[in-house]
Design a binder for this molecule. Structure first.
Ligand code: HEC
Ligand code: HEC
Ligand code: HEC
Ligand code: HEC
Ligand code: HEC
Length: 392
Protein backbone atom coordinates (compact mmCIF):
# COMPACT_ATOMS: atom_id res chain seq x y z
CA UNK A 1 0.00 0.00 0.00
CA UNK A 2 1.22 3.47 -0.72
CA UNK A 3 0.09 6.83 0.42
CA UNK A 4 1.04 10.41 0.11
CA UNK A 5 3.18 10.49 3.15
CA UNK A 6 2.72 13.20 5.66
CA UNK A 7 6.19 13.78 6.98
CA UNK A 8 4.80 13.52 10.45
CA UNK A 9 3.80 9.90 10.19
CA UNK A 10 7.28 8.86 9.29
CA UNK A 11 9.02 11.01 11.82
CA UNK A 12 6.91 9.88 14.69
CA UNK A 13 7.32 6.26 13.69
CA UNK A 14 11.05 6.74 13.64
CA UNK A 15 10.94 8.49 16.97
CA UNK A 16 9.50 5.37 18.45
CA UNK A 17 12.16 3.19 16.92
CA UNK A 18 15.58 4.77 17.43
CA UNK A 19 17.51 7.95 17.87
CA UNK A 20 18.37 8.48 14.22
CA UNK A 21 21.57 10.07 13.04
CA UNK A 22 20.29 11.96 10.00
CA UNK A 23 22.37 12.70 6.94
CA UNK A 24 24.01 16.08 7.28
CA UNK A 25 27.32 17.49 6.22
CA UNK A 26 28.68 20.34 8.28
CA UNK A 27 30.59 19.46 11.45
CA UNK A 28 31.71 22.71 13.10
CA UNK A 29 29.47 25.64 12.35
CA UNK A 30 26.74 27.92 13.58
CA UNK A 31 24.21 25.43 12.37
CA UNK A 32 23.29 22.33 14.35
CA UNK A 33 22.97 18.92 12.80
CA UNK A 34 19.53 17.93 11.63
CA UNK A 35 17.35 16.83 14.54
CA UNK A 36 19.64 18.23 17.20
CA UNK A 37 18.24 20.86 19.55
CA UNK A 38 19.89 24.24 19.71
CA UNK A 39 21.22 24.28 23.28
CA UNK A 40 19.66 26.75 25.73
CA UNK A 41 20.67 30.33 25.00
CA UNK A 42 20.92 33.34 27.29
CA UNK A 43 19.81 36.71 25.91
CA UNK A 44 22.82 38.60 24.48
CA UNK A 45 23.67 41.27 27.08
CA UNK A 46 22.09 43.72 27.74
CA UNK A 47 18.94 42.51 25.98
CA UNK A 48 16.22 41.47 28.46
CA UNK A 49 15.01 38.43 26.52
CA UNK A 50 15.47 36.30 23.42
CA UNK A 51 11.95 36.98 22.21
CA UNK A 52 11.29 38.48 18.78
CA UNK A 53 9.43 41.19 20.69
CA UNK A 54 12.74 42.39 22.08
CA UNK A 55 14.29 42.53 18.62
CA UNK A 56 11.15 44.31 17.39
CA UNK A 57 11.97 47.27 19.61
CA UNK A 58 14.85 48.19 17.28
CA UNK A 59 14.44 45.99 14.18
CA UNK A 60 10.77 46.72 13.51
CA UNK A 61 10.84 46.36 9.74
CA UNK A 62 12.58 43.00 9.82
CA UNK A 63 10.30 41.88 12.64
CA UNK A 64 7.17 42.63 10.61
CA UNK A 65 8.53 40.82 7.57
CA UNK A 66 9.38 37.80 9.70
CA UNK A 67 5.92 37.94 11.32
CA UNK A 68 4.32 37.57 7.85
CA UNK A 69 6.38 34.47 7.06
CA UNK A 70 5.72 30.81 7.78
CA UNK A 71 8.65 30.86 10.20
CA UNK A 72 6.78 33.00 12.75
CA UNK A 73 3.88 30.51 12.67
CA UNK A 74 5.86 27.28 12.54
CA UNK A 75 4.61 26.16 15.96
CA UNK A 76 1.08 27.57 15.72
CA UNK A 77 0.13 26.91 12.08
CA UNK A 78 -3.21 25.01 12.35
CA UNK A 79 -2.14 22.41 9.77
CA UNK A 80 0.96 21.64 11.79
CA UNK A 81 -0.93 21.60 15.08
CA UNK A 82 -3.56 19.20 13.69
CA UNK A 83 -0.97 16.92 12.11
CA UNK A 84 1.06 16.83 15.27
CA UNK A 85 -1.96 16.27 17.48
CA UNK A 86 -3.08 13.34 15.32
CA UNK A 87 0.22 11.69 16.17
CA UNK A 88 -0.02 12.29 19.91
CA UNK A 89 2.28 15.31 19.95
CA UNK A 90 5.67 13.64 19.42
CA UNK A 91 8.45 15.91 20.78
CA UNK A 92 10.47 15.18 17.67
CA UNK A 93 8.51 17.77 15.68
CA UNK A 94 10.07 20.47 17.86
CA UNK A 95 13.50 19.98 16.32
CA UNK A 96 12.56 22.23 13.41
CA UNK A 97 9.21 23.78 14.33
CA UNK A 98 10.36 24.94 17.79
CA UNK A 99 14.12 24.82 17.35
CA UNK A 100 15.46 26.44 20.53
CA UNK A 101 15.56 24.37 23.67
CA UNK A 102 14.30 27.48 25.54
CA UNK A 103 11.03 27.09 23.60
CA UNK A 104 10.22 23.66 24.98
CA UNK A 105 8.21 23.16 28.15
CA UNK A 106 9.65 19.71 28.80
CA UNK A 107 12.82 17.90 27.82
CA UNK A 108 13.59 14.22 27.45
CA UNK A 109 15.05 12.60 30.54
CA UNK A 110 18.58 11.44 29.95
CA UNK A 111 21.01 12.33 27.19
CA UNK A 112 20.49 12.08 23.42
CA UNK A 113 17.08 10.47 23.59
CA UNK A 114 15.24 11.54 20.48
CA UNK A 115 12.45 9.03 20.78
CA UNK A 116 12.12 8.87 24.55
CA UNK A 117 8.77 9.51 26.04
CA UNK A 118 9.71 10.22 29.68
CA UNK A 119 10.00 13.97 30.08
CA UNK A 120 11.02 16.46 32.73
CA UNK A 121 10.21 20.20 33.07
CA UNK A 122 12.65 22.56 31.31
CA UNK A 123 13.98 25.23 33.71
CA UNK A 124 14.86 27.52 30.76
CA UNK A 125 11.40 27.41 29.21
CA UNK A 126 9.84 30.66 27.99
CA UNK A 127 6.13 30.54 27.19
CA UNK A 128 6.46 33.63 24.98
CA UNK A 129 9.27 32.15 22.90
CA UNK A 130 7.24 28.95 22.53
CA UNK A 131 4.67 30.82 20.41
CA UNK A 132 7.32 32.23 18.08
CA UNK A 133 8.18 29.09 16.07
CA UNK A 134 11.34 29.69 14.04
CA UNK A 135 12.18 32.83 15.97
CA UNK A 136 15.01 35.35 15.35
CA UNK A 137 17.29 33.73 17.91
CA UNK A 138 17.10 30.32 16.18
CA UNK A 139 19.04 31.73 13.25
CA UNK A 140 21.02 34.54 14.91
CA UNK A 141 21.89 33.88 18.57
CA UNK A 142 24.69 31.55 19.66
CA UNK A 143 26.44 31.79 23.05
CA UNK A 144 25.30 35.33 23.83
CA UNK A 145 26.43 36.71 20.45
CA UNK A 146 24.24 37.80 17.56
CA UNK A 147 25.57 36.52 14.25
CA UNK A 148 24.87 38.48 11.10
CA UNK A 149 26.07 38.91 7.53
CA UNK A 150 27.99 42.20 7.91
CA UNK A 151 31.28 43.18 9.45
CA UNK A 152 30.04 45.76 11.94
CA UNK A 153 32.22 47.69 14.36
CA UNK A 154 31.15 46.56 17.86
CA UNK A 155 30.05 50.07 18.86
CA UNK A 156 27.48 50.11 16.04
CA UNK A 157 25.16 47.72 17.86
CA UNK A 158 23.94 47.71 21.47
CA UNK A 159 24.46 43.93 21.60
CA UNK A 160 27.45 41.76 20.68
CA UNK A 161 27.59 41.10 16.92
CA UNK A 162 29.72 38.77 14.88
CA UNK A 163 30.00 38.35 11.15
CA UNK A 164 29.41 34.87 9.86
CA UNK A 165 29.57 34.35 6.11
CA UNK A 166 27.76 31.02 6.37
CA UNK A 167 24.52 32.84 7.14
CA UNK A 168 24.40 33.82 3.47
CA UNK A 169 24.54 30.20 2.31
CA UNK A 170 22.12 27.27 2.05
CA UNK A 171 23.72 25.93 5.26
CA UNK A 172 21.56 28.41 7.18
CA UNK A 173 18.44 26.70 5.80
CA UNK A 174 19.59 23.09 5.43
CA UNK A 175 19.37 21.98 9.04
CA UNK A 176 15.60 22.30 8.80
CA UNK A 177 14.89 22.13 5.06
CA UNK A 178 16.84 18.95 4.30
CA UNK A 179 16.35 15.61 6.06
CA UNK A 180 16.64 11.94 5.14
CA UNK A 181 15.93 8.76 7.04
CA UNK A 182 18.40 5.86 6.99
CA UNK A 183 17.57 3.82 3.90
CA UNK A 184 15.81 6.78 2.33
CA UNK A 185 18.93 8.84 1.63
CA UNK A 186 18.57 8.46 -2.12
CA UNK A 187 15.39 10.56 -2.05
CA UNK A 188 15.30 12.49 1.23
CA UNK A 189 11.72 13.34 2.15
CA UNK A 190 12.74 16.93 2.85
CA UNK A 191 14.93 17.64 -0.16
CA UNK A 192 14.54 21.33 -0.94
CA UNK A 193 18.26 21.96 -0.58
CA UNK A 194 19.13 18.87 -2.66
CA UNK A 195 16.73 19.92 -5.42
CA UNK A 196 18.38 23.32 -5.43
CA UNK A 197 21.92 21.85 -5.43
CA UNK A 198 21.11 19.85 -8.56
CA UNK A 199 19.64 22.88 -10.32
CA UNK A 200 21.26 25.54 -12.50
CA UNK A 201 20.51 28.04 -9.73
CA UNK A 202 23.11 26.54 -7.40
CA UNK A 203 25.59 26.30 -10.27
CA UNK A 204 25.08 29.98 -11.07
CA UNK A 205 25.37 31.06 -7.46
CA UNK A 206 21.71 31.99 -6.93
CA UNK A 207 21.16 31.20 -3.24
CA UNK A 208 18.03 30.52 -1.21
CA UNK A 209 18.49 34.00 0.27
CA UNK A 210 18.70 35.63 -3.18
CA UNK A 211 15.11 34.57 -3.87
CA UNK A 212 13.57 34.34 -0.40
CA UNK A 213 15.34 37.22 1.33
CA UNK A 214 15.29 39.77 -1.48
CA UNK A 215 17.01 43.09 -0.79
CA UNK A 216 14.81 45.94 0.29
CA UNK A 217 15.65 49.44 1.37
CA UNK A 218 14.82 50.61 4.86
CA UNK A 219 16.11 50.84 8.38
CA UNK A 220 17.97 48.29 10.45
CA UNK A 221 17.72 49.79 13.87
CA UNK A 222 19.47 53.20 13.71
CA UNK A 223 21.00 52.89 10.24
CA UNK A 224 19.34 53.19 6.86
CA UNK A 225 20.30 50.71 4.21
CA UNK A 226 19.70 50.81 0.47
CA UNK A 227 19.55 47.03 0.47
CA UNK A 228 19.07 44.71 3.42
CA UNK A 229 17.91 41.12 3.51
CA UNK A 230 14.11 41.04 3.88
CA UNK A 231 12.70 38.34 6.15
CA UNK A 232 9.26 37.62 4.64
CA UNK A 233 10.64 34.53 2.82
CA UNK A 234 8.39 35.73 -0.05
CA UNK A 235 5.34 36.08 2.15
CA UNK A 236 4.28 32.75 3.65
CA UNK A 237 1.58 31.08 1.62
CA UNK A 238 1.03 34.17 -0.46
CA UNK A 239 -0.66 33.22 -3.77
CA UNK A 240 1.55 35.77 -5.56
CA UNK A 241 4.66 33.91 -4.41
CA UNK A 242 3.46 30.57 -5.70
CA UNK A 243 2.22 32.18 -8.92
CA UNK A 244 5.75 33.44 -9.41
CA UNK A 245 7.02 29.86 -9.53
CA UNK A 246 4.77 28.56 -12.30
CA UNK A 247 4.05 29.67 -15.83
CA UNK A 248 0.75 28.25 -17.04
CA UNK A 249 0.08 28.37 -20.77
CA UNK A 250 -3.43 27.53 -21.99
CA UNK A 251 -3.91 26.83 -25.65
CA UNK A 252 -7.36 26.04 -26.97
CA UNK A 253 -7.81 24.08 -30.23
CA UNK A 254 -10.66 26.22 -31.49
CA UNK A 255 -12.53 29.21 -30.07
CA UNK A 256 -15.76 27.97 -31.70
CA UNK A 257 -17.24 24.52 -31.18
CA UNK A 258 -20.44 22.89 -32.50
CA UNK A 259 -22.74 21.10 -30.13
CA UNK A 260 -21.96 17.36 -30.19
CA UNK A 261 -18.27 18.13 -30.66
CA UNK A 262 -15.44 18.49 -28.10
CA UNK A 263 -13.82 21.51 -26.54
CA UNK A 264 -10.12 20.66 -26.45
CA UNK A 265 -7.25 22.46 -24.80
CA UNK A 266 -3.63 21.86 -23.99
CA UNK A 267 -2.11 23.32 -20.87
CA UNK A 268 1.62 23.57 -20.33
CA UNK A 269 2.85 24.18 -16.82
CA UNK A 270 6.47 25.17 -16.33
CA UNK A 271 8.54 25.79 -13.21
CA UNK A 272 10.04 29.11 -14.20
CA UNK A 273 10.52 30.76 -10.85
CA UNK A 274 11.52 28.33 -8.09
CA UNK A 275 15.08 27.17 -7.43
CA UNK A 276 13.78 23.70 -6.45
CA UNK A 277 10.87 21.41 -7.28
CA UNK A 278 7.30 22.74 -7.14
CA UNK A 279 5.88 21.85 -4.77
CA UNK A 280 8.83 21.31 -2.43
CA UNK A 281 9.36 20.43 1.22
CA UNK A 282 6.98 18.15 3.09
CA UNK A 283 5.85 15.30 0.78
CA UNK A 284 2.24 16.07 1.59
CA UNK A 285 2.42 19.33 -0.37
CA UNK A 286 0.62 19.18 -3.71
CA UNK A 287 -0.21 21.50 -6.57
CA UNK A 288 -3.48 21.04 -8.44
CA UNK A 289 -4.17 22.19 -11.99
CA UNK A 290 -7.95 22.30 -12.27
CA UNK A 291 -10.02 22.55 -15.45
CA UNK A 292 -13.67 23.49 -15.45
CA UNK A 293 -16.23 24.97 -17.82
CA UNK A 294 -18.56 27.75 -16.79
CA UNK A 295 -21.76 28.54 -18.73
CA UNK A 296 -23.13 31.92 -19.85
CA UNK A 297 -25.04 32.04 -16.54
CA UNK A 298 -21.80 31.87 -14.54
CA UNK A 299 -22.61 28.37 -13.22
CA UNK A 300 -20.59 25.21 -13.88
CA UNK A 301 -21.73 23.85 -17.27
CA UNK A 302 -23.46 20.47 -17.53
CA UNK A 303 -20.80 17.73 -17.56
CA UNK A 304 -18.23 20.50 -17.15
CA UNK A 305 -17.34 19.37 -13.63
CA UNK A 306 -13.78 20.09 -12.60
CA UNK A 307 -11.06 17.72 -13.81
CA UNK A 308 -7.76 17.85 -11.94
CA UNK A 309 -4.12 17.03 -12.52
CA UNK A 310 -1.66 16.95 -9.65
CA UNK A 311 2.00 17.79 -9.18
CA UNK A 312 2.89 15.64 -6.20
CA UNK A 313 5.08 12.98 -4.69
CA UNK A 314 4.23 9.47 -3.53
CA UNK A 315 6.30 7.78 -0.86
CA UNK A 316 5.97 4.44 0.88
CA UNK A 317 3.81 4.20 3.98
CA UNK A 318 6.52 2.55 6.11
CA UNK A 319 9.97 3.71 7.21
CA UNK A 320 12.25 4.57 5.50
CA UNK A 321 9.56 5.95 3.20
CA UNK A 322 11.22 5.24 -0.09
CA UNK A 323 9.98 7.44 -2.85
CA UNK A 324 7.75 5.65 -5.34
CA UNK A 325 6.79 8.39 -7.71
CA UNK A 326 7.71 12.00 -8.19
CA UNK A 327 5.43 14.01 -10.45
CA UNK A 328 6.57 17.41 -9.31
CA UNK A 329 8.29 19.95 -11.52
CA UNK A 330 12.04 20.33 -11.10
CA UNK A 331 13.43 23.80 -11.90
CA UNK A 332 12.89 24.67 -15.59
CA UNK A 333 10.90 21.46 -16.19
CA UNK A 334 7.51 21.58 -17.87
CA UNK A 335 4.56 19.25 -18.26
CA UNK A 336 1.69 19.27 -20.72
CA UNK A 337 -1.86 18.24 -19.88
CA UNK A 338 -4.70 17.68 -22.33
CA UNK A 339 -8.23 18.63 -21.51
CA UNK A 340 -11.35 17.74 -23.37
CA UNK A 341 -15.02 18.33 -22.71
CA UNK A 342 -17.75 16.86 -24.87
CA UNK A 343 -20.43 19.40 -25.62
CA UNK A 344 -23.88 17.85 -25.30
CA UNK A 345 -26.16 18.10 -28.34
CA UNK A 346 -28.80 19.79 -26.21
CA UNK A 347 -26.57 22.35 -24.54
CA UNK A 348 -27.80 25.94 -24.70
CA UNK A 349 -25.65 27.83 -27.24
CA UNK A 350 -23.69 30.83 -25.99
CA UNK A 351 -20.29 31.91 -24.76
CA UNK A 352 -18.83 29.45 -22.28
CA UNK A 353 -15.58 29.85 -20.36
CA UNK A 354 -12.81 27.31 -19.89
CA UNK A 355 -11.28 28.03 -16.48
CA UNK A 356 -7.81 26.71 -15.71
CA UNK A 357 -6.90 27.34 -12.10
CA UNK A 358 -3.87 26.50 -9.97
CA UNK A 359 -4.15 25.56 -6.29
CA UNK A 360 -1.46 24.78 -3.73
CA UNK A 361 -2.35 22.31 -0.98
CA UNK A 362 -0.47 21.95 2.34
CA UNK A 363 -2.02 18.49 2.57
CA UNK A 364 -4.31 16.93 -0.05
CA UNK A 365 -8.12 17.01 0.26
CA UNK A 366 -8.45 13.52 1.75
CA UNK A 367 -5.87 14.05 4.43
CA UNK A 368 -7.41 17.42 5.26
CA UNK A 369 -10.70 15.66 5.94
CA UNK A 370 -8.85 13.08 8.05
CA UNK A 371 -7.31 15.88 10.11
CA UNK A 372 -10.63 17.66 10.44
CA UNK A 373 -9.31 20.73 8.65
CA UNK A 374 -11.38 22.93 6.36
CA UNK A 375 -10.22 23.03 2.75
CA UNK A 376 -9.76 26.78 3.13
CA UNK A 377 -7.13 26.16 5.79
CA UNK A 378 -4.98 23.88 3.65
CA UNK A 379 -5.65 25.21 0.13
CA UNK A 380 -4.21 28.32 -1.47
CA UNK A 381 -5.94 29.52 -4.65
CA UNK A 382 -2.96 30.65 -6.67
CA UNK A 383 -4.17 31.93 -10.02
CA UNK A 384 -6.72 31.26 -12.72
CA UNK A 385 -7.02 31.83 -16.43
CA UNK A 386 -10.29 32.14 -18.31
CA UNK A 387 -10.63 31.39 -22.01
CA UNK A 388 -13.95 32.07 -23.78
CA UNK A 389 -15.35 29.41 -26.13
CA UNK A 390 -18.32 30.01 -28.40
CA UNK A 391 -20.73 27.07 -28.52
CA UNK A 392 -23.13 27.08 -31.53
C1 HEC B 1 18.27 48.38 21.48
C2 HEC B 1 18.16 48.18 20.02
C3 HEC B 1 18.39 46.77 19.51
C4 HEC B 1 17.80 45.60 19.94
C5 HEC B 1 16.80 45.41 21.06
C6 HEC B 1 18.29 44.55 19.06
N1 HEC B 1 19.14 45.07 18.13
FE1 HEC B 1 20.12 44.07 16.70
N2 HEC B 1 21.13 45.74 16.17
C7 HEC B 1 20.89 47.00 16.67
C8 HEC B 1 21.74 47.96 15.99
C9 HEC B 1 21.77 49.48 16.21
C10 HEC B 1 22.52 47.21 15.07
C11 HEC B 1 23.56 47.75 14.12
C12 HEC B 1 22.83 48.12 12.85
C13 HEC B 1 23.76 48.69 11.80
O1 HEC B 1 24.42 49.67 12.08
O2 HEC B 1 23.78 48.13 10.71
C14 HEC B 1 22.12 45.82 15.22
C15 HEC B 1 22.64 44.78 14.49
C16 HEC B 1 22.06 43.50 14.43
C17 HEC B 1 22.47 42.44 13.55
C18 HEC B 1 23.67 42.46 12.65
C19 HEC B 1 23.25 42.88 11.26
C20 HEC B 1 24.35 42.77 10.27
O3 HEC B 1 24.30 43.63 9.41
O4 HEC B 1 25.17 41.83 10.30
C21 HEC B 1 21.64 41.39 13.76
C22 HEC B 1 21.65 40.05 13.04
C23 HEC B 1 20.74 41.77 14.80
N3 HEC B 1 21.02 43.06 15.19
C24 HEC B 1 19.76 40.94 15.31
C25 HEC B 1 19.06 41.23 16.47
C26 HEC B 1 18.21 40.27 17.13
C27 HEC B 1 17.97 38.84 16.67
C28 HEC B 1 17.68 40.89 18.21
C29 HEC B 1 16.75 40.31 19.26
C30 HEC B 1 17.24 39.12 19.96
C31 HEC B 1 18.22 42.25 18.23
N4 HEC B 1 19.06 42.40 17.16
C32 HEC B 1 17.91 43.22 19.16
C33 HEC B 1 19.97 47.33 17.64
C34 HEC B 1 19.22 46.43 18.37
C1 HEC C 1 15.09 31.13 -8.14
C2 HEC C 1 14.43 31.52 -6.91
C3 HEC C 1 14.42 30.53 -5.76
C4 HEC C 1 15.50 29.91 -5.15
C5 HEC C 1 16.97 29.94 -5.56
C6 HEC C 1 14.96 29.18 -4.03
N1 HEC C 1 13.60 29.33 -3.96
FE1 HEC C 1 12.38 28.51 -2.59
N2 HEC C 1 10.74 29.18 -3.63
C7 HEC C 1 10.79 30.03 -4.72
C8 HEC C 1 9.43 30.28 -5.19
C9 HEC C 1 9.03 31.17 -6.35
C10 HEC C 1 8.58 29.53 -4.34
C11 HEC C 1 7.05 29.39 -4.42
C12 HEC C 1 6.67 28.06 -5.04
C13 HEC C 1 6.30 27.00 -4.07
O1 HEC C 1 5.73 27.31 -3.01
O2 HEC C 1 6.56 25.81 -4.36
C14 HEC C 1 9.44 28.87 -3.37
C15 HEC C 1 8.98 28.05 -2.34
C16 HEC C 1 9.78 27.57 -1.31
C17 HEC C 1 9.29 26.83 -0.17
C18 HEC C 1 7.87 26.38 0.03
C19 HEC C 1 7.72 25.17 -0.86
C20 HEC C 1 6.45 24.40 -0.76
O3 HEC C 1 5.99 23.86 -1.78
O4 HEC C 1 5.92 24.34 0.34
C21 HEC C 1 10.39 26.54 0.62
C22 HEC C 1 10.38 25.77 1.91
C23 HEC C 1 11.55 27.11 -0.03
N3 HEC C 1 11.15 27.72 -1.19
C24 HEC C 1 12.83 27.05 0.49
C25 HEC C 1 13.98 27.31 -0.28
C26 HEC C 1 15.32 26.96 0.12
C27 HEC C 1 15.69 26.31 1.44
C28 HEC C 1 16.14 27.32 -0.92
C29 HEC C 1 17.63 27.10 -1.06
C30 HEC C 1 18.09 25.72 -0.93
C31 HEC C 1 15.29 27.93 -1.94
N4 HEC C 1 14.00 27.90 -1.51
C32 HEC C 1 15.74 28.43 -3.15
C33 HEC C 1 11.92 30.56 -5.29
C34 HEC C 1 13.23 30.15 -5.00
C1 HEC D 1 15.18 31.37 9.29
C2 HEC D 1 16.33 32.08 9.79
C3 HEC D 1 16.16 33.52 10.20
C4 HEC D 1 15.24 34.05 11.08
C5 HEC D 1 14.12 33.34 11.79
C6 HEC D 1 15.58 35.45 11.22
N1 HEC D 1 16.65 35.76 10.44
FE1 HEC D 1 17.62 37.55 10.34
N2 HEC D 1 18.78 36.84 8.84
C7 HEC D 1 18.80 35.54 8.40
C8 HEC D 1 19.72 35.42 7.31
C9 HEC D 1 19.98 34.14 6.52
C10 HEC D 1 20.30 36.70 7.11
C11 HEC D 1 21.37 37.10 6.09
C12 HEC D 1 20.82 37.06 4.69
C13 HEC D 1 21.82 37.50 3.66
O1 HEC D 1 22.59 38.44 3.92
O2 HEC D 1 21.80 36.90 2.60
C14 HEC D 1 19.70 37.59 8.12
C15 HEC D 1 20.00 38.93 8.28
C16 HEC D 1 19.53 39.71 9.32
C17 HEC D 1 19.94 41.06 9.60
C18 HEC D 1 20.93 41.85 8.79
C19 HEC D 1 20.30 42.33 7.51
C20 HEC D 1 21.31 42.91 6.55
O3 HEC D 1 21.07 42.83 5.34
O4 HEC D 1 22.34 43.39 7.02
C21 HEC D 1 19.26 41.49 10.71
C22 HEC D 1 19.36 42.84 11.38
C23 HEC D 1 18.40 40.40 11.11
N3 HEC D 1 18.59 39.33 10.26
C24 HEC D 1 17.53 40.44 12.19
C25 HEC D 1 16.54 39.48 12.42
C26 HEC D 1 15.45 39.65 13.36
C27 HEC D 1 15.24 40.86 14.23
C28 HEC D 1 14.69 38.52 13.28
C29 HEC D 1 13.38 38.20 13.98
C30 HEC D 1 12.34 39.21 13.91
C31 HEC D 1 15.34 37.63 12.33
N4 HEC D 1 16.44 38.26 11.83
C32 HEC D 1 14.88 36.34 12.02
C33 HEC D 1 18.06 34.49 8.90
C34 HEC D 1 17.02 34.62 9.79
C1 HEC E 1 15.06 26.27 12.56
C2 HEC E 1 14.46 25.65 11.39
C3 HEC E 1 14.42 26.45 10.11
C4 HEC E 1 15.43 27.17 9.49
C5 HEC E 1 16.85 27.37 9.97
C6 HEC E 1 14.88 27.67 8.25
N1 HEC E 1 13.56 27.28 8.13
FE1 HEC E 1 12.30 27.78 6.65
N2 HEC E 1 10.76 26.78 7.58
C7 HEC E 1 10.90 26.05 8.75
C8 HEC E 1 9.62 25.47 9.10
C9 HEC E 1 9.36 24.58 10.31
C10 HEC E 1 8.71 25.89 8.12
C11 HEC E 1 7.23 25.55 8.04
C12 HEC E 1 6.42 26.61 8.67
C13 HEC E 1 4.95 26.25 8.56
O1 HEC E 1 4.36 26.50 7.51
O2 HEC E 1 4.40 25.72 9.52
C14 HEC E 1 9.47 26.71 7.18
C15 HEC E 1 8.92 27.32 6.06
C16 HEC E 1 9.66 28.00 5.10
C17 HEC E 1 9.09 28.52 3.87
C18 HEC E 1 7.65 28.39 3.43
C19 HEC E 1 6.76 29.31 4.20
C20 HEC E 1 6.96 30.76 3.82
O3 HEC E 1 6.93 31.61 4.71
O4 HEC E 1 7.10 31.06 2.63
C21 HEC E 1 10.14 29.12 3.19
C22 HEC E 1 10.06 29.80 1.85
C23 HEC E 1 11.33 28.95 3.99
N3 HEC E 1 11.01 28.27 5.16
C24 HEC E 1 12.59 29.40 3.63
C25 HEC E 1 13.73 29.30 4.43
C26 HEC E 1 15.04 29.80 4.05
C27 HEC E 1 15.35 30.50 2.75
C28 HEC E 1 15.89 29.51 5.09
C29 HEC E 1 17.36 29.84 5.20
C30 HEC E 1 17.73 31.24 5.10
C31 HEC E 1 15.10 28.85 6.12
N4 HEC E 1 13.81 28.73 5.68
C32 HEC E 1 15.60 28.42 7.34
C33 HEC E 1 12.04 25.89 9.48
C34 HEC E 1 13.25 26.52 9.23
C1 HEC F 1 13.98 18.20 9.99
C2 HEC F 1 13.10 19.32 10.30
C3 HEC F 1 11.63 19.03 10.57
C4 HEC F 1 11.07 18.16 11.47
C5 HEC F 1 11.79 17.27 12.46
C6 HEC F 1 9.63 18.28 11.33
N1 HEC F 1 9.33 19.20 10.38
FE1 HEC F 1 7.50 19.72 9.73
N2 HEC F 1 8.31 20.95 8.36
C7 HEC F 1 9.66 21.23 8.24
C8 HEC F 1 9.86 22.21 7.20
C9 HEC F 1 11.21 22.79 6.77
C10 HEC F 1 8.59 22.50 6.68
C11 HEC F 1 8.26 23.47 5.58
C12 HEC F 1 8.42 22.77 4.30
C13 HEC F 1 7.96 23.58 3.14
O1 HEC F 1 7.13 24.50 3.28
O2 HEC F 1 8.43 23.25 2.06
C14 HEC F 1 7.64 21.68 7.43
C15 HEC F 1 6.28 21.65 7.18
C16 HEC F 1 5.38 20.90 7.89
C17 HEC F 1 3.96 20.85 7.62
C18 HEC F 1 3.24 21.59 6.51
C19 HEC F 1 2.71 22.86 7.05
C20 HEC F 1 2.06 23.67 5.97
O3 HEC F 1 1.08 24.40 6.28
O4 HEC F 1 2.49 23.59 4.83
C21 HEC F 1 3.40 20.03 8.54
C22 HEC F 1 1.92 19.66 8.66
C23 HEC F 1 4.46 19.56 9.38
N3 HEC F 1 5.65 20.10 8.96
C24 HEC F 1 4.29 18.70 10.45
C25 HEC F 1 5.33 18.17 11.19
C26 HEC F 1 5.13 17.25 12.30
C27 HEC F 1 3.77 16.79 12.82
C28 HEC F 1 6.36 16.91 12.73
C29 HEC F 1 6.72 15.91 13.83
C30 HEC F 1 6.23 14.56 13.64
C31 HEC F 1 7.35 17.63 11.91
N4 HEC F 1 6.66 18.38 11.01
C32 HEC F 1 8.71 17.54 12.07
C33 HEC F 1 10.68 20.69 8.97
C34 HEC F 1 10.53 19.69 9.90
Amino acid sequence: MTSRLPLLVCLSAVALVVAVPLAHSDEASLWPKVLEALPPQAPPAPLPSLSAQTCNGCHAEIHDQWASSGHAHASTNPVYVAARGALGDPPLCDECHLPLENQRATLPKGPGALGRTDRQPNPNWSATLATEGVTCAACHVRDGVIHGPRDLAPERAPHPVKRDESIKTAEACAFCHQAALPGGEEHPFLDTVGEWRRSPFAENGVSCQDCHMTRTSGAIAGSRYAAFASHGMLGGRDPAKIARALTVDVSIRSPKVQRGDDVRATVTVMNTGAGHAVPSGDPSHQVEIRFSVVGPDGELAKDGDPQSQWLSRTVGAEPPFVEEADDRLEPAASRTFDFSWSVGKKLTPGTYTLVVSTHWWAVGPERATGLDLEEETVRVDVASQRVPVRID
